[in-house]
Design a protein around this ligand. Sequence first.
Ligand SMILES: C[S@@+](CC[C@H](N)C(=O)[O-])C[C@H]1O[C@@H](n2cnc3c(N)ncnc32)[C@H](O)[C@@H]1O
Length: 272
Amino acid sequence: MLAELWKRLRTDSSRAARRLGLAREHFAIAERHARVRAAWAAHLEASKQAILEGAQRCPRHDRALVIGAGDCHDVPVAELAERFPQVTLADVVLSATAKDWANKLPGRVCTAVWDATGALTRLAEVRDAISADDAPKLFADADPGPPPGGEPDFLVSANCLSQLGLVPGHSLPAAEDDKALPERCAKAAARRHLGWLAARTGQRVLLVDAVRYDIAPEGKVLRTETLYTRYGLRAPDRTWRWDLAPIPEWSSDFHRVHDVGVWFDPPATPAG
Ligand SMILES: C[S@@+](CC[C@H](N)C(=O)[O-])C[C@H]1O[C@@H](n2cnc3c(N)ncnc32)[C@H](O)[C@@H]1O
């Protein structure tokens, strides 16, 4: 309990990230991980393996950048630091765990509070007044700027694509009367992120929630939703199952399960 409180106190985030619900979401993910650690283990291991496979394809090994590093559950930080003299762990909410890695491997691992959308400062300023039409446009037109730490030889977008616009979208008063607004923000922010990734020169690995299932206790699939096509992504190079929210985490009636996809270089180019 005290350890958790200490971790919270050592977490850094911008005012915009707090105002737009991203800090709260970060702690919610950490709490869920603590509750369902065993259910997530295979997914986290598969993510780490995919990242290391991407690193192996990399012709240059000076700089690595991880976007959406979070608590680094799915990031093989030590292994990346063995391969790259500079590893930057970037997130809009900088966890105590990421800071611990930087302290443990000084000079090799560093951290950055960084907004991958480039939209959050402005969105937080206009949060109460922005219309349901303008919010997705703000994500679509925003410029995240250059990568923190300089142009990387290896870049990982770590299971954050679907969250970039969704979480802030839910925090907008305009979403109260327009239930589809968070999803439109998610789509706009994800496509902008893919465009930004496509402009990078290094090797890239993209990890994304690809398909969502609701599965009854006896195993019957109640609902399937393909997510990656919304962002204009081609089919993933590989997928694996993530038991994201076993009963009763999300619902007392069904397990929420994802197929997580990995896209190796070149990252999918958003179409349409
Ligand atoms: C599902 S978590 C990914 C898991 C994380 N790699 C881990 O192992 O804990 C998504 C991460 O994306 C981050 N994120 C959300 N929006 C972001 C943004 N605009 N810029 C950078 N990171 C963002 C969240 O703070 C969160 O840590």
